[in-house]
Design a protein around this ligand. Structure first.
Ligand code: ZN
Length: 79
C-alpha cells in the first residue's frame, strides 16, 4: 500500500497529514484563490488543498486505510 495520496496533483505522504477540513475554505479575502477548496494541513504549518469534497474524501479514506495497515500484527520488518 502506498504511503502517498494525491492532492492537487501532488504526492503527499499520508503520515504528514495533521488534519483535514470538514467544510470548504472561506476567509473573505478578495484575492483568495482557495475559496471552496478543502484544506489539508500538514506538519510544519504547510497545507495542501483538495479541489472538492470528493478529492477530500479520497484523502480521508487513504488515511484510514493507512492507519489500519499500521496495526501491530503487520510485518514491521518490511519497512
Ligand atoms: Zn482564503
Amino acid at each position: 500500500m502506498s504511503i502517498f495520496c494525491i492532492v492537487d496533483d501532488k504526492h503527499v505522504p499520508i503520515y504528514r497529514i495533521q488534519w483535514i477540513s470538514r467544510t470548504p475554505h472561506f476567509c473573505g479575502e478578495e484575492d483568495c484563490c482557495r475559496e471552496g477548496w478543502y484544506e489539508i494541513r500538514l506538519e510544519q504549518g504547510e497545507s495542501v488543498w483538495a479541489r472538492n469534497a470528493e478529492e477530500r474524501d479520497q484523502v480521508i479514506r487513504a488515511v484510514e486505510a493507512w492507519h489500519q495497515g499500521k496495526m501491530p500484527d503487520s510485518d514491521e520488518s518490511s519497512w
